[in-house]
Ligand binder design. Sequence first.
Ligand SMILES: Cc1ncc(COP(=O)(O)O)c(C=O)c1O
Length: 468
Amino acid sequence: MYFIHLPQINEMNYFNNVLDSIGNTPLIKINKLCSTTKAKVLAKVETTNPGNSVKDRMALKMVEDAEELGLIKPGGTIVEGTSGNTGMGLALACIVKGYKLICVLNDKQSKEKMDILRAVGAEVVVCPTAVEPEDPRSYYSVSKRLAEETPNSWYVNQYDNLSNRKAHYESTGPEIWEQTDGKITHFVVGVGTGGTISGVGKFLKEKNPNIKIWGIDTYGSVFKKYHETGIFDENEIYPYITEGIGEDILPENVDFEIIDAFEKVTDKDAAVYTRKLAREEGIFVGNSAGAAIKGVCQLADQLTEDDVVVVLFHDHGSRYIGKIFNDDWMKERGFLDEEKKVAKDIVISHEGKRLVKADVNDPLSMVMVAMKQFDISQIPVFENGKMVGSISDHNLFKKILDEPEIKEFPVKNVMEAPFPSVDGTTPINEITSLFNSNNRAVIVNYDKDKQHIITVQDMMNAVGANNN
Ligand SMILES: Cc1ncc(COP(=O)(O)O)c(C=O)c1O
Protein backbone atom coordinates (compact mmCIF):
# COMPACT_ATOMS: atom_id res chain seq x y z
CA MET A 1 0.00 0.00 0.00
CA TYR A 2 1.24 3.53 -0.83
CA PHE A 3 0.76 6.53 1.41
CA ILE A 4 0.66 9.77 -0.51
CA HIS A 5 1.78 12.78 1.51
CA LEU A 6 -0.19 15.79 0.38
CA PRO A 7 0.64 19.27 1.67
CA GLN A 8 -1.78 20.49 4.30
CA ILE A 9 -4.51 22.37 2.44
CA ASN A 10 -6.64 24.60 4.62
CA GLU A 11 -8.72 26.20 1.90
CA MET A 12 -10.20 24.70 -1.20
CA ASN A 13 -8.83 26.18 -4.39
CA TYR A 14 -11.26 26.34 -7.33
CA PHE A 15 -12.86 28.64 -9.87
CA ASN A 16 -16.54 29.50 -9.56
CA ASN A 17 -17.09 28.90 -13.27
CA VAL A 18 -15.08 28.32 -16.41
CA LEU A 19 -14.82 32.05 -17.17
CA ASP A 20 -12.90 32.67 -13.96
CA SER A 21 -10.18 30.33 -15.22
CA ILE A 22 -9.34 32.64 -18.14
CA GLY A 23 -5.85 34.20 -18.04
CA ASN A 24 -2.70 33.64 -15.98
CA THR A 25 -1.17 31.72 -18.86
CA PRO A 26 2.45 30.54 -18.64
CA LEU A 27 5.59 32.16 -20.04
CA ILE A 28 7.90 29.50 -21.48
CA LYS A 29 11.50 29.96 -22.66
CA ILE A 30 12.23 29.03 -26.27
CA ASN A 31 15.39 26.94 -26.12
CA LYS A 32 16.13 25.65 -29.61
CA LEU A 33 14.22 27.47 -32.31
CA CYS A 34 15.79 30.91 -31.96
CA SER A 35 19.45 29.90 -31.91
CA THR A 36 20.19 32.74 -34.36
CA THR A 37 19.42 35.32 -31.69
CA LYS A 38 21.38 36.04 -28.53
CA ALA A 39 18.29 37.48 -26.80
CA LYS A 40 16.19 35.59 -24.27
CA VAL A 41 12.99 34.60 -26.09
CA LEU A 42 9.95 33.83 -23.92
CA ALA A 43 6.64 32.53 -25.28
CA LYS A 44 3.35 33.62 -23.73
CA VAL A 45 1.43 30.41 -24.45
CA GLU A 46 -2.31 31.10 -24.43
CA THR A 47 -3.51 27.53 -24.90
CA THR A 48 -4.24 27.02 -21.21
CA ASN A 49 -7.25 29.32 -21.44
CA PRO A 50 -10.43 27.19 -21.22
CA GLY A 51 -11.28 27.78 -24.91
CA ASN A 52 -7.62 27.03 -25.78
CA SER A 53 -6.90 30.51 -27.12
CA VAL A 54 -6.12 34.09 -26.13
CA LYS A 55 -9.50 35.05 -27.59
CA ASP A 56 -11.31 33.93 -24.42
CA ARG A 57 -10.02 37.11 -22.80
CA MET A 58 -11.49 39.54 -25.34
CA ALA A 59 -14.69 37.53 -25.91
CA LEU A 60 -15.56 37.79 -22.22
CA LYS A 61 -14.62 41.47 -22.05
CA MET A 62 -16.74 42.33 -25.12
CA VAL A 63 -19.76 40.55 -23.62
CA GLU A 64 -19.33 42.14 -20.18
CA ASP A 65 -18.91 45.63 -21.64
CA ALA A 66 -22.03 45.10 -23.78
CA GLU A 67 -23.95 44.06 -20.67
CA GLU A 68 -22.77 47.17 -18.85
CA LEU A 69 -23.84 49.38 -21.76
CA GLY A 70 -27.23 47.64 -21.88
CA LEU A 71 -26.59 46.35 -25.41
CA ILE A 72 -27.47 42.79 -24.43
CA LYS A 73 -30.20 41.80 -21.98
CA PRO A 74 -30.89 38.55 -20.11
CA GLY A 75 -31.93 35.73 -22.43
CA GLY A 76 -30.61 37.62 -25.48
CA THR A 77 -28.79 36.36 -28.57
CA ILE A 78 -25.20 37.17 -29.51
CA VAL A 79 -24.31 37.18 -33.22
CA GLU A 80 -20.76 37.14 -34.64
CA GLY A 81 -19.06 36.29 -37.90
CA THR A 82 -16.29 34.02 -36.61
CA SER A 83 -14.80 30.72 -37.60
CA GLY A 84 -12.93 29.69 -34.54
CA ASN A 85 -11.25 31.14 -31.52
CA THR A 86 -13.51 34.13 -30.85
CA GLY A 87 -16.57 31.92 -31.39
CA MET A 88 -15.26 29.49 -28.79
CA GLY A 89 -14.65 32.27 -26.25
CA LEU A 90 -18.09 33.76 -26.92
CA ALA A 91 -19.68 30.31 -26.56
CA LEU A 92 -18.17 29.87 -23.07
CA ALA A 93 -19.39 33.32 -22.02
CA CYS A 94 -22.88 32.58 -23.41
CA ILE A 95 -23.11 29.25 -21.58
CA VAL A 96 -22.24 30.76 -18.21
CA LYS A 97 -24.31 33.91 -18.68
CA GLY A 98 -27.34 32.30 -20.34
CA TYR A 99 -27.28 33.84 -23.84
CA LYS A 100 -27.83 32.18 -27.21
CA LEU A 101 -24.99 32.37 -29.74
CA ILE A 102 -25.20 32.44 -33.54
CA CYS A 103 -21.86 32.05 -35.36
CA VAL A 104 -21.89 32.93 -39.05
CA LEU A 105 -19.18 31.08 -41.00
CA ASN A 106 -18.26 30.87 -44.65
CA ASP A 107 -18.28 27.52 -46.41
CA LYS A 108 -14.46 27.29 -46.75
CA GLN A 109 -14.21 26.58 -43.01
CA SER A 110 -13.63 22.97 -42.01
CA LYS A 111 -16.42 20.73 -40.72
CA GLU A 112 -14.40 20.25 -37.50
CA LYS A 113 -14.57 23.98 -36.75
CA MET A 114 -18.34 23.97 -37.25
CA ASP A 115 -18.71 20.86 -35.07
CA ILE A 116 -16.58 22.37 -32.28
CA LEU A 117 -18.80 25.46 -32.15
CA ARG A 118 -21.93 23.27 -32.15
CA ALA A 119 -20.39 21.19 -29.35
CA VAL A 120 -20.39 24.27 -27.11
CA GLY A 121 -23.97 25.15 -28.00
CA ALA A 122 -23.59 27.67 -30.83
CA GLU A 123 -25.98 27.78 -33.77
CA VAL A 124 -23.85 27.72 -36.92
CA VAL A 125 -25.02 29.50 -40.09
CA VAL A 126 -22.96 28.75 -43.21
CA CYS A 127 -22.65 31.27 -46.07
CA PRO A 128 -21.05 30.97 -49.52
CA THR A 129 -17.43 32.20 -49.76
CA ALA A 130 -17.47 33.06 -53.45
CA VAL A 131 -19.56 36.25 -53.16
CA GLU A 132 -18.63 39.92 -52.64
CA PRO A 133 -18.84 41.28 -49.05
CA GLU A 134 -21.80 43.49 -50.15
CA ASP A 135 -23.74 40.48 -51.52
CA PRO A 136 -26.76 39.73 -49.25
CA ARG A 137 -25.53 36.10 -49.03
CA SER A 138 -22.02 37.03 -47.76
CA TYR A 139 -21.19 36.27 -44.18
CA TYR A 140 -20.77 39.98 -43.37
CA SER A 141 -24.26 40.74 -44.70
CA VAL A 142 -25.86 37.68 -43.09
CA SER A 143 -24.31 38.42 -39.64
CA LYS A 144 -25.62 41.99 -39.76
CA ARG A 145 -29.07 40.93 -41.02
CA LEU A 146 -29.42 38.25 -38.34
CA ALA A 147 -28.49 40.77 -35.65
CA GLU A 148 -31.08 43.22 -37.00
CA GLU A 149 -33.84 40.64 -37.38
CA THR A 150 -33.33 38.71 -34.11
CA PRO A 151 -35.10 40.36 -31.15
CA ASN A 152 -32.88 41.19 -28.16
CA SER A 153 -29.71 40.44 -30.08
CA TRP A 154 -26.29 42.06 -30.26
CA TYR A 155 -23.70 41.99 -33.07
CA VAL A 156 -20.22 41.70 -31.55
CA ASN A 157 -17.94 42.90 -34.42
CA GLN A 158 -14.55 41.94 -32.95
CA TYR A 159 -12.74 44.06 -35.59
CA ASP A 160 -14.10 47.43 -34.51
CA ASN A 161 -15.30 46.68 -30.97
CA LEU A 162 -12.65 48.38 -28.82
CA SER A 163 -13.41 46.19 -25.79
CA ASN A 164 -11.27 43.69 -27.71
CA ARG A 165 -8.02 45.62 -27.25
CA LYS A 166 -9.10 46.79 -23.79
CA ALA A 167 -9.16 43.16 -22.62
CA HIS A 168 -5.47 42.83 -23.47
CA TYR A 169 -4.65 46.20 -21.92
CA GLU A 170 -6.27 45.01 -18.68
CA SER A 171 -5.08 41.40 -18.50
CA THR A 172 -2.52 40.14 -21.05
CA GLY A 173 -0.26 43.21 -20.84
CA PRO A 174 -0.05 43.33 -17.01
CA GLU A 175 0.60 39.55 -16.86
CA ILE A 176 3.56 39.89 -19.26
CA TRP A 177 4.94 42.87 -17.35
CA GLU A 178 4.78 40.99 -14.04
CA GLN A 179 6.07 37.67 -15.41
CA THR A 180 9.15 39.39 -16.87
CA ASP A 181 9.63 41.50 -13.75
CA GLY A 182 9.46 44.56 -16.02
CA LYS A 183 12.53 43.40 -18.00
CA ILE A 184 10.73 42.86 -21.32
CA THR A 185 12.36 44.83 -24.18
CA HIS A 186 10.33 43.56 -27.19
CA PHE A 187 6.80 42.23 -27.70
CA VAL A 188 6.15 40.25 -30.88
CA VAL A 189 2.74 38.98 -32.01
CA GLY A 190 0.64 38.17 -35.09
CA VAL A 191 -1.90 40.85 -36.01
CA GLY A 192 -5.49 40.14 -37.15
CA THR A 193 -8.14 42.31 -35.53
CA GLY A 194 -5.24 44.10 -33.80
CA GLY A 195 -6.72 43.64 -30.33
CA THR A 196 -3.79 41.71 -28.85
CA ILE A 197 -0.95 43.89 -30.14
CA SER A 198 -2.70 47.19 -29.46
CA GLY A 199 -3.87 46.36 -25.93
CA VAL A 200 -0.66 44.69 -24.77
CA GLY A 201 1.47 47.28 -26.61
CA LYS A 202 -0.32 50.25 -25.00
CA PHE A 203 0.07 48.79 -21.51
CA LEU A 204 3.76 47.97 -21.97
CA LYS A 205 4.62 51.35 -23.54
CA GLU A 206 2.93 53.14 -20.65
CA LYS A 207 5.20 51.18 -18.30
CA ASN A 208 8.33 51.69 -20.41
CA PRO A 209 8.17 53.67 -23.69
CA ASN A 210 11.41 52.04 -24.89
CA ILE A 211 9.77 48.62 -25.29
CA LYS A 212 9.52 47.76 -28.99
CA ILE A 213 6.21 46.41 -30.30
CA TRP A 214 6.59 44.31 -33.46
CA GLY A 215 3.61 43.00 -35.44
CA ILE A 216 3.76 39.88 -37.57
CA ASP A 217 1.95 40.18 -40.91
CA THR A 218 1.40 37.87 -43.90
CA TYR A 219 2.07 38.34 -47.61
CA GLY A 220 -1.39 39.20 -49.01
CA SER A 221 -2.24 41.62 -46.17
CA VAL A 222 -2.33 45.42 -46.10
CA PHE A 223 -0.86 46.10 -42.63
CA LYS A 224 2.89 46.46 -43.25
CA LYS A 225 2.63 48.77 -46.26
CA TYR A 226 -0.06 50.88 -44.56
CA HIS A 227 2.11 51.26 -41.43
CA GLU A 228 5.18 52.26 -43.43
CA THR A 229 3.58 54.56 -46.02
CA GLY A 230 0.06 55.44 -44.86
CA ILE A 231 -1.19 53.98 -48.16
CA PHE A 232 -3.99 51.40 -48.19
CA ASP A 233 -2.79 49.50 -51.25
CA GLU A 234 -5.33 47.09 -52.74
CA ASN A 235 -2.51 45.53 -54.79
CA GLU A 236 -1.16 44.10 -51.54
CA ILE A 237 -4.32 42.00 -51.16
CA TYR A 238 -4.36 38.41 -52.41
CA PRO A 239 -5.41 35.06 -50.94
CA TYR A 240 -3.04 33.50 -48.41
CA ILE A 241 -2.98 30.43 -46.21
CA THR A 242 -1.79 31.54 -42.75
CA GLU A 243 -4.77 31.61 -40.40
CA GLY A 244 -5.66 34.33 -37.92
CA ILE A 245 -3.33 37.12 -39.05
CA GLY A 246 -3.22 39.72 -41.83
CA GLU A 247 -6.25 41.57 -43.18
CA ASP A 248 -7.72 43.20 -46.28
CA ILE A 249 -9.30 45.89 -44.09
CA LEU A 250 -8.04 48.28 -41.38
CA PRO A 251 -9.85 47.20 -38.18
CA GLU A 252 -10.39 49.91 -35.61
CA ASN A 253 -8.64 47.75 -33.03
CA VAL A 254 -5.26 48.16 -34.77
CA ASP A 255 -3.50 51.12 -33.13
CA PHE A 256 -0.76 51.81 -35.70
CA GLU A 257 0.88 54.40 -33.41
CA ILE A 258 1.70 51.77 -30.80
CA ILE A 259 3.35 49.43 -33.32
CA ASP A 260 7.04 50.08 -34.09
CA ALA A 261 7.34 47.74 -37.09
CA PHE A 262 5.64 44.97 -39.03
CA GLU A 263 7.50 41.90 -40.32
CA LYS A 264 6.00 39.65 -43.02
CA VAL A 265 6.38 35.87 -42.85
CA THR A 266 5.57 33.56 -45.78
CA ASP A 267 2.80 30.93 -45.58
CA LYS A 268 5.38 28.20 -45.97
CA ASP A 269 7.66 29.48 -43.19
CA ALA A 270 4.68 29.96 -40.86
CA ALA A 271 3.57 26.35 -41.46
CA VAL A 272 7.08 24.87 -41.15
CA TYR A 273 7.81 26.78 -37.93
CA THR A 274 4.46 25.75 -36.41
CA ARG A 275 5.59 22.15 -36.81
CA LYS A 276 9.05 22.97 -35.46
CA LEU A 277 7.51 24.49 -32.31
CA ALA A 278 5.72 21.20 -31.66
CA ARG A 279 8.67 18.93 -32.45
CA GLU A 280 11.62 20.91 -31.15
CA GLU A 281 10.10 22.78 -28.19
CA GLY A 282 7.13 20.53 -27.35
CA ILE A 283 4.86 23.57 -27.67
CA PHE A 284 1.78 22.44 -29.62
CA VAL A 285 0.29 25.67 -30.93
CA GLY A 286 -1.40 27.10 -34.01
CA ASN A 287 -0.39 28.56 -37.34
CA SER A 288 0.02 32.19 -36.26
CA ALA A 289 2.47 31.06 -33.54
CA GLY A 290 4.71 29.58 -36.25
CA ALA A 291 4.58 32.91 -38.09
CA ALA A 292 5.40 34.81 -34.89
CA ILE A 293 8.43 32.73 -33.92
CA LYS A 294 9.76 32.80 -37.50
CA GLY A 295 9.35 36.58 -37.38
CA VAL A 296 11.56 36.68 -34.27
CA CYS A 297 14.20 34.59 -36.10
CA GLN A 298 14.05 36.96 -39.09
CA LEU A 299 14.60 39.96 -36.78
CA ALA A 300 17.46 38.31 -34.85
CA ASP A 301 20.07 40.81 -36.04
CA GLN A 302 18.16 43.62 -34.32
CA LEU A 303 18.39 41.88 -30.92
CA THR A 304 21.22 41.75 -28.38
CA GLU A 305 21.97 39.40 -25.50
CA ASP A 306 20.49 41.94 -23.06
CA ASP A 307 17.08 41.79 -24.74
CA VAL A 308 14.07 39.96 -23.37
CA VAL A 309 11.60 39.18 -26.16
CA VAL A 310 8.06 38.02 -25.40
CA VAL A 311 6.30 36.35 -28.34
CA LEU A 312 2.62 35.49 -27.91
CA PHE A 313 1.17 32.21 -29.20
CA HIS A 314 -2.57 32.60 -29.80
CA ASP A 315 -4.10 29.15 -29.96
CA HIS A 316 -3.76 25.37 -29.74
CA GLY A 317 -2.29 23.03 -32.35
CA SER A 318 -5.27 20.67 -32.22
CA ARG A 319 -7.22 23.14 -34.40
CA TYR A 320 -4.72 22.53 -37.23
CA ILE A 321 -4.55 18.72 -37.24
CA GLY A 322 -6.16 18.52 -40.70
CA LYS A 323 -3.84 21.17 -42.14
CA ILE A 324 -0.41 22.13 -40.75
CA PHE A 325 0.01 18.81 -38.90
CA ASN A 326 -1.18 16.74 -41.86
CA ASP A 327 1.73 15.67 -44.11
CA ASP A 328 -0.44 15.34 -47.23
CA TRP A 329 -1.85 18.85 -46.81
CA MET A 330 1.70 20.19 -46.35
CA LYS A 331 3.04 18.27 -49.36
CA GLU A 332 0.20 19.42 -51.64
CA ARG A 333 1.29 23.00 -50.97
CA GLY A 334 5.01 22.30 -51.34
CA PHE A 335 5.60 23.09 -47.67
CA LEU A 336 7.36 19.90 -46.59
CA ASP A 337 10.71 20.04 -48.37
CA GLU A 338 12.22 22.37 -45.77
CA GLU A 339 11.64 19.66 -43.23
CA LYS A 340 14.29 17.44 -44.81
CA LYS A 341 16.48 16.30 -41.97
CA VAL A 342 19.88 17.86 -41.50
CA ALA A 343 22.85 16.77 -39.35
CA LYS A 344 21.74 18.87 -36.37
CA ASP A 345 18.31 17.16 -36.32
CA ILE A 346 20.07 13.84 -35.75
CA VAL A 347 22.50 14.89 -33.01
CA ILE A 348 19.91 16.95 -31.13
CA SER A 349 18.30 13.72 -29.89
CA HIS A 350 21.49 12.65 -28.07
CA GLU A 351 22.58 16.11 -27.01
CA GLY A 352 22.03 15.16 -23.36
CA LYS A 353 24.79 12.54 -23.65
CA ARG A 354 28.37 13.78 -23.75
CA LEU A 355 30.57 13.08 -26.75
CA VAL A 356 32.94 10.29 -25.65
CA LYS A 357 36.44 11.08 -26.95
CA ALA A 358 40.03 9.96 -26.39
CA ASP A 359 43.24 11.96 -26.10
CA VAL A 360 46.19 10.96 -28.31
CA ASN A 361 48.16 10.03 -25.19
CA ASP A 362 45.46 7.86 -23.50
CA PRO A 363 46.44 4.18 -23.29
CA LEU A 364 44.39 1.90 -25.54
CA SER A 365 43.19 -0.06 -22.50
CA MET A 366 41.35 3.10 -21.37
CA VAL A 367 39.65 3.42 -24.76
CA MET A 368 38.55 -0.22 -24.56
CA VAL A 369 36.98 0.37 -21.14
CA ALA A 370 35.16 3.47 -22.44
CA MET A 371 33.83 1.55 -25.45
CA LYS A 372 32.48 -1.16 -23.19
CA GLN A 373 31.09 1.22 -20.56
CA PHE A 374 29.24 3.44 -23.04
CA ASP A 375 28.41 0.62 -25.48
CA ILE A 376 29.96 2.43 -28.44
CA SER A 377 31.90 1.16 -31.44
CA GLN A 378 33.98 4.19 -32.42
CA ILE A 379 35.67 7.10 -30.65
CA PRO A 380 37.17 10.30 -32.07
CA VAL A 381 40.74 11.10 -30.93
CA PHE A 382 41.69 14.66 -30.01
CA GLU A 383 44.93 16.58 -29.48
CA ASN A 384 44.75 20.11 -28.01
CA GLY A 385 41.02 20.33 -28.76
CA LYS A 386 41.42 19.33 -32.44
CA MET A 387 40.23 16.02 -33.88
CA VAL A 388 43.32 14.24 -35.21
CA GLY A 389 42.24 10.59 -35.48
CA SER A 390 39.73 7.89 -34.65
CA ILE A 391 39.52 4.43 -33.15
CA SER A 392 36.93 1.82 -34.14
CA ASP A 393 36.29 -1.43 -32.25
CA HIS A 394 36.48 -3.50 -35.40
CA ASN A 395 40.08 -2.46 -36.28
CA LEU A 396 41.20 -2.15 -32.66
CA PHE A 397 40.34 -5.73 -31.72
CA LYS A 398 41.99 -7.06 -34.87
CA LYS A 399 45.19 -5.24 -33.91
CA ILE A 400 45.07 -6.44 -30.27
CA LEU A 401 44.60 -10.04 -31.39
CA ASP A 402 47.72 -9.72 -33.54
CA GLU A 403 49.79 -7.89 -30.89
CA PRO A 404 48.27 -8.15 -27.35
CA GLU A 405 51.02 -5.92 -25.84
CA ILE A 406 49.76 -2.80 -27.68
CA LYS A 407 46.97 -2.47 -25.09
CA GLU A 408 49.17 -0.18 -23.03
CA PHE A 409 50.42 1.85 -26.00
CA PRO A 410 49.12 5.39 -26.43
CA VAL A 411 46.21 5.83 -28.81
CA LYS A 412 48.33 7.85 -31.27
CA ASN A 413 50.37 4.71 -32.13
CA VAL A 414 47.39 2.87 -33.60
CA MET A 415 44.75 5.45 -34.42
CA GLU A 416 43.21 5.75 -37.85
CA ALA A 417 42.21 8.81 -39.91
CA PRO A 418 39.83 11.28 -38.22
CA PHE A 419 36.11 10.95 -38.96
CA PRO A 420 34.83 13.35 -41.62
CA SER A 421 33.32 16.56 -40.17
CA VAL A 422 30.18 18.34 -41.34
CA ASP A 423 28.27 21.33 -40.06
CA GLY A 424 24.81 21.15 -38.50
CA THR A 425 22.98 22.21 -41.66
CA THR A 426 24.36 19.42 -43.88
CA PRO A 427 21.41 17.43 -45.35
CA ILE A 428 21.38 13.77 -44.33
CA ASN A 429 21.55 12.53 -47.90
CA GLU A 430 24.99 14.20 -48.12
CA ILE A 431 26.06 12.59 -44.84
CA THR A 432 25.06 9.13 -46.08
CA SER A 433 27.73 9.32 -48.78
CA LEU A 434 30.45 9.78 -46.13
CA PHE A 435 29.83 6.31 -44.62
CA ASN A 436 31.71 3.31 -46.00
CA SER A 437 33.44 0.15 -44.71
CA ASN A 438 36.40 2.23 -43.42
CA ASN A 439 34.38 5.05 -41.99
CA ARG A 440 31.58 4.33 -39.54
CA ALA A 441 30.94 7.81 -38.07
CA VAL A 442 30.76 11.54 -38.85
CA ILE A 443 31.40 14.46 -36.50
CA VAL A 444 28.90 17.34 -36.56
CA ASN A 445 29.91 20.90 -35.60
CA TYR A 446 26.85 23.03 -34.74
CA ASP A 447 25.56 25.98 -32.68
CA LYS A 448 28.94 27.78 -32.73
CA ASP A 449 31.03 25.51 -30.48
CA LYS A 450 29.04 22.28 -30.05
CA GLN A 451 30.17 18.95 -31.45
CA HIS A 452 28.61 15.48 -31.57
CA ILE A 453 28.88 12.22 -33.42
CA ILE A 454 26.58 10.51 -35.94
CA THR A 455 27.00 6.74 -36.18
CA VAL A 456 25.62 4.20 -38.64
CA GLN A 457 22.97 3.36 -36.06
CA ASP A 458 21.91 7.03 -35.84
CA MET A 459 21.58 7.14 -39.63
CA MET A 460 19.41 4.01 -39.58
CA ASN A 461 17.14 5.64 -36.98
CA ALA A 462 16.99 8.90 -38.95
CA VAL A 463 15.84 7.22 -42.15
CA GLY A 464 13.30 5.14 -40.23
CA ALA A 465 15.04 1.79 -40.63
CA ASN A 466 14.27 1.01 -36.96
CA ASN A 467 10.65 0.76 -35.98
CA ASN A 468 11.03 0.68 -32.22
C1 LIG B 1 -5.00 32.04 -34.34
C2 LIG B 1 -4.98 33.53 -34.30
N1 LIG B 1 -3.81 34.14 -34.35
C3 LIG B 1 -3.72 35.48 -34.35
C4 LIG B 1 -4.84 36.27 -34.30
C5 LIG B 1 -4.70 37.76 -34.29
O1 LIG B 1 -5.00 38.32 -33.04
P1 LIG B 1 -5.69 39.72 -32.94
O2 LIG B 1 -7.05 39.56 -33.58
O3 LIG B 1 -5.79 40.04 -31.50
O4 LIG B 1 -4.86 40.69 -33.71
C6 LIG B 1 -6.10 35.66 -34.25
C7 LIG B 1 -7.32 36.46 -34.26
O5 LIG B 1 -8.34 36.08 -34.77
C8 LIG B 1 -6.17 34.25 -34.22
O6 LIG B 1 -7.35 33.60 -34.15
